[in-house]
Design a protein around this ligand. Structure first.
Ligand code: PMT
Length: 221
């Protein structure tokens, strides 16, 4: 079908958690399942986009035609997979829950049990979305997520502004049925033009549709 709205557009979607190694047997991670990002990848592909799904470690997957999955583990690997593909992309949606910190040194042997307390020094990971926002061209559309437990709107608007995004999807762990691993989510969209839209609790597939509709609208604005 040559008439789909995103025909000829390449979209990159990040999804899932990252894992940051401590030693050969342990890591730091979070509760992301990848469901939200995979639903967005599928909705973009349904709209005709050629989708590159950069997916952290999860058992969730998609067999949708029109989606190429690139599996990564760490924030650094996700950063490299996204930034190398970015010059060819018209749309990026960052739904992944990327670790903000990683162990400064990865032990090459299993850390043995000893003292009552163990300290692990952490260092910042690269902020993928911020780096895309700093280098994006006028035709590239950047969509971020914001996940918080408090001061949700304030933090979401700060990320929209500071990461130079076109659209941010706010979701909160304070809302029942929203966020990690559920099949549902409850979001508010804020765009760079000051438009704010709140949606009720819906399936992640329906939320993905709302996000893709907002993306298509922004492209024509
Ligand atoms: O995967 P599910 O189980 O379906 O859950 C979905 C979800 C809750 C993970 C998803 O809806 C969501 O909110 N994803 C973003 C989670 C997050 O880490 O948000 P944040 O507010 O910390 O990050 C802000 C934005 O910057 C996000 O778009 C994030 O992908 C991006 N980021 C963050 C850190 C970093 N180093 N690089 C980034 O690109």
């Amino acid at each position: 079908n040559g008439n789909k709205p995103l025909n000829g557009t390449t979209a990159i979607v990040t999804a899932g958690p990252t894992i940051e190694h401590i030693d050969p047997v342990r890591y730091i991670s979070n509760h992301s399942s990848g469901k939200m990002g995979i639903a967005i990848a599928e909705a973009l592909a349904d709209a005709g986009a050629n989708v590159q799904l950069v997916l952290g470690p999860t058992s969730q997957q998609t067999s949708h035609t029109g989606i190429t999955t690139i599996k990564v583990q760490t924030a650094q690997e996700m950063f490299e997979a996204v930034t190398t593909r970015f010059p060819h992309a018209g749309i990026v949606v960052a739904a992944a829950a990327v670790a903000d910190y990683r162990p400064a040194n990865v032990a090459d042997r299993k850390i043995k049990k000893g003292e009552a307390q163990l300290h692990i020094d952490l260092e910042k990971t690269p902020d993928i979305l911020r780096s895309l926002g700093d280098s994006k061209g006028p035709q590239q559309l950047l969509v971020g997520f914001s996940l918080e437990t408090n001061n949700e709107k304030e933090y979401a608007l700060k990320k929209l502004r500071e990461k130079h995004l076109d659209l941010i999807v706010m979701n909160s762990l304070a809302d029942a049925g929203a966020g990690f691993n559920y099949d549902t989510n409850k979001v508010t969209l804020f765009d760079k033009n000051g438009q704010e839209r709140s949606f009720p609790l819906k399936s992640k597939q329906e939320v993905a549709q709302d996000i893709v509709s907002a993306i298509i609208e922004l492209q024509h604005a």
